[in-house]
Structure formats: C-alpha cells, structure tokens
Design a protein around this ligand. Structure first.
Ligand code: NAD
Length: 475
C-alpha cells in the first residue's frame, strides 16, 4: 500500500512535531505513522494559504475549472488505490470505499462545471437613481474540518467548491483517517493546484490547534463536517473573529414505512439507508417507524436480509459489512443495543459483540422498540435498525419530527402523492421518497435544526465560499 504520511504545506511534503499512528480497525494493527502539526506548522499552513489566495482568486475561472477537472480524472484513474486506503484506515468494505471515491471525485467534476457559472446581477434600482450591480468574490482562506466516516467525499465536497470559488484552504482531516486526505492533496498537486492553495495538516491537540487557526485574522471561513457537539464548540470559537461558518452536523434520520407501501422495495431501501458504510453515515436511517399493517412482514424480511450479510475485513471482496472505525465506537453501539434490549426491545437478528479481533458488530434488527427508547434519540452509527410500530400516520410524522436533528428522512409509500405530502411535513433538509439513497453532488446537501447551517453540493455549494458584493453605480 503506497501512501503519503507527511504534512502538505505550501506545496511541500514536510514533517511535523511528532507522529500519530493510523490503525486498521478490522485487522487491529497500525498501518502508518503520520506527521502531526503543532502550532508552528499550523501557522505555516495559514501563511501558505494566505500568500496563495490573491493569485489563485485572480486566475480565470476556466483555469481553475480545468485544474479541478484534471483532479477528477486523476482521482477516477486512481480510484482503486484510494479505495484501498479508505478500507485500511476506516474499516468499511471495498464496495463502499469504491462508491465513496466515485462520489468524492464527482465533487471535483461538478465544481469544475460550476466554477464558470457563477452568476451576478445588473439592473436599474426601482427608484431609477442608480444601477444595482451584484457580483461574487472568494470569501478567503478557508479552514476545512472533516470527519472519519467519509474521508474522501467530505474533503472533496469542501475542496471542490472552495477552489472553484477562488479560495485557498487548510484541511484538517480526522486523526483516524488522514491517509485519504493526504492522497487527495497529492492528486490535487499533480493536477496543477498551485503551491499553498491546498494545505493539509493533521493537528494536535486538535481543539487547541483549531482554536488558534480560527483566531488568526487571515482565516475568514470555516467549513465543518462532524458531530453537532463539536460543531457547537466551533460556532462559539468562530464567533470571536466573526468567521463565516458552514456546518454539516449530526443526524437522526427517521425511516417511515406507510400503510400500503411496497414492503419488498422498502426492505431494499432500508438495507441501503441503514447499511451503507456499515451504518456509520450521517444519512443512515436511525429509527424505523413502520405501520402496523406491514410491520411484521417488514421486520422479518429486514432481519432475514441483514442476518444474511457476511461480516468481515473490508479488503476481503466477499465481505458485505466491514468493521467499525474503532473498538471504542463499537463499544458505544453495543451499549445502545444492551440498553434497548434491557428496556424491552427484542433482537430479531444480531445483537451481541462477536468474539475475535477487529471492531466488528453484526447487522442487528430490534423489534418492539418503545417509542420513547433512548436508542431513538442518538446517532447509532452502526448496523442496528430499531423498529417502532405505529397506527396513526400523524403520530408517526410527529415522532419523526420529535428530535433536535433534521438532516434527512426516508418515506416509503405506495401512493407517491401521499409520500410527497408526508415529505413536505418532515422537518429535514433532505427527504428520500421510495429511495434508500439520495446523496448527489448536483443536489443541495444539508440539514434543518441542529443538523447544520448552509448547504454543500448543488448550485448552493459554491456560495458557501463566496461573498456577495453589491456595487451601486450612478445612472
Ligand atoms: P467529530 O465531531 O468527533 O469530529 C469531526 C472533526 O472535528 C474531526 O476532524 C475531529 O478531529 C475534529 N474535532 C473534534 N473535536 C474538535 C474540537 N474540539 N475542536 C476542533 N475540531 C475538533 O465527528 P466524527 O466522529 O469524526 O464524525 C461523525 C459525526 O459526523 C457524526 O455526528 C455524523 O453525523 C457527522 N457527519 C455529518 C455529515 C453531514 O454532512 N451532515 C457527514 C458526515 C458525518
């Protein structure tokens, strides 16, 4: 396995103040030692981004677009190697890792196309006294912070629009999965991104290093993906310098199966919505509300399908569910299941930690979950499907909305019109109707309520990295 293990600052691969081990959670072994940035290296990364900003912002949009397009092509050509890195440091299965690389590379292609389509406005003011000219300019040096669950896609979903908009960036990847971020920096460098436009630092101690960067007046934008808990801390930190923020935070997705839904299709959708990435996705279906008329059939079909999956190391092509990112994460999932079963939930498949090495947890279906069970209030982030039966659709929608989170919801209905009516009433930034997956670089991704601020992807994504400027000109 070939990988980069240094910091990437100002177009150079450099050492840090220390190193941190990267673990393969499936094989329970250290696979790399990666350089860690201290205060000086983080300051150098901001220096480099700051010096590179002006010339990059001044490049023609078409030139920026062509560099991003080359990055898309290189990443696509090297998808196999990048997917292998993802499997090794994250634990997900190869099929999920390959799908992630394809999705991740698409952000470079999409934003290469968006770089040349930023629209402005020119019109006569209603009072007839002036011309209103509206234009957009890069927001500046952007700090990008990403989680471990999609180490490639969460990075490209930020780097793509930032570079398209003319911003320079400092990316701080999750400490668990830095190898993928460094590989992407390498791709961008070979694609022709000028020195200093993209910098990658694995920083420690994380909170302190990020605080320092957010208090550097040259950093004017923060784009964060991670938990709501950390997002809240960063919003406070960003307040001191009034740094602009985009927040992609945690979810607690409800999956509704209405009376009259096609149960076979709902089970197929549930398998993807629940198990993509082994359940470690902000979009993962976290709570299943199933109408009593189809609950028995849905539960037993889902349990059969989940119990039939092969759990094993991600690099083994026959594995269908990989390992969680660490044994600590696995411990959290196991505890949630124990508490739920202690409170009366019935495991229909899985439900206990297997013997042996590796952070594996079996696909688990819990039936008879009480509507007020704790497991319905938190992100499970593992392959566990708690099922609540309902009689009244109003009650199901109210329960689906009864959370501070609002990232994504799923609805299965035999009647598309009814499905769309329910979608309108669900308090989430995204709703999948009769589908188990909806993420698309061309669509706006983001949440209501405590699931976030702003949107990534789609036509909105580039605007997270642009300021709006209004120029008034005399008539
Ligand atoms: P996390 O919040 O623990 O960490 C995310 C990033 O923040 C990492 O790079 C981490 O090193 C850094 N970090 C942690 N503490 C920090 C601090 N005090 N100051 C500054 N940086 C800090 O999240 P995670 O466990 O890596 O990822 C899982 C979470 O991410 C879940 O809640 C999931 O829903 C969320 N997520 C959201 C989206 C989305 O688009 N909405 C996508 C993927 C993941």
């Amino acid at each position: 396995m070939k990988y980069r293990s240094e910091l990437f600052i100002g177009g150079q691969w450099v050492g840090g103040t220390s190193t941190v081990p990267v673990r393969d959670p499936a094989l329970d072994e250290t696979i790399a030692e990666v350089a860690v940035a201290g205060e000086d290296e983080c300051a150098q990364a901001v220096d480099a981004a700051s010096s590179a900003l002006g010339p990059w912002a001044a490049r023609a949009p078409r030139e920026r677009a062509e560099i991003l397009r080359r990055a898309f092509e290189l990443m696509t050509a090297e998808a196999g190697q990048i997917a292998e890195l993802i499997v090794r440091e994250n634990g997900k299965v190869l099929a999920d890792a390959r799908a992630e690389v394809t999705y991740a590379a698409e952000f470079f292609r999409w934003f290469a196309e968006e770089a040349v389509r930023v629209q402005g406005d020119y019109r006569l003011a209603p009072g007839g006294d002036k011309r209103i000219i509206v234009t957009h300019q890069p927001v500046g040096v952007s700090l990008l912070i990403t989680p471990w669950n999609f180490p490639a896609a969460m990075a490209t979903r930020k780097i793509g629009p930032a570079l398209a908009a003319g911003c320079s960036v400092v990316l701080k990847p999750a400490t668990e999965t830095p190898l993928t971020a460094l590989a992407i920096a390498d791709v961008l460098w070979r694609a022709g991104v000028p020195d200093g436009v993209v910098n990658v630092v694995v920083a420690a101690p994380t909170a302190q290093r990020v605080r320092e960067m957010l208090h550097d007046p040259r950093v004017t934008n923060l784009s964060f993906t991670g938990s709501t808990e950390v997002g809240r801390v960063l919003l406070h930190e960003a307040a001191d310098q009034v740094v602009r923020t985009s927040m992609e935070l945690g979810g607690n997705a409800p999956f509704l199966v209405l009376a009259g839904a096609d149960v076979t299709a709902a089970v197929q959708g549930a398998m993807v919505a629940k198990l993509r990435n082994g359940g470690a996705a902000c979009t993962a279906a976290n709570r299943f509300y199933v109408h009593r008329s189809v609950a028995k059939e849905f539960t037993s079909a889902l349990a059969n399908a989940m119990a039939g999956l092969k759990v094993g190391p991600g690099l083994d092509p026959s594995s269908e569910i990989g390992s969680l990112v660490s044994t600590a994460e696995r411990g959290k999932v196991a505890e949630l299941v124990e508490r739920a079963t202690g409170a009366g939930a019935r495991p229909v498949s899985g439900g206990s930690v297997p013997a042996g090495a590796g952070a594996f947890y079996p696909p688990t279906v819990l039936a008879d979950v009480a509507p007020d069970a704790d497991i319905l209030d938190v992100e499970i982030f593992g392959p566990v499907a708690p099922i609540v039966t309902f009689d009244d659709e109003e009650e199901a929608v109210a329960r689906a909305n009864g959370t501070p989170f609002g990232l994504i919801s799923y609805v299965y209905s035999g009647d598309l019109r009814r499905g769309l009516q329910v979608a309108d009433r669900l308090e989430s930034g995204m709703v999948a109707v009769n589908r188990g997956v909806l993420s698309d670089p061309a669509a706006p991704f983001g949440g209501y309520k405590q699931s976030g601020l702003g949107r990534e992807g789609g036509f909105d994504g580039i605007h997270e990295f642009l300021e709006t400027k209004y120029i008034a000109a005399d008539v």
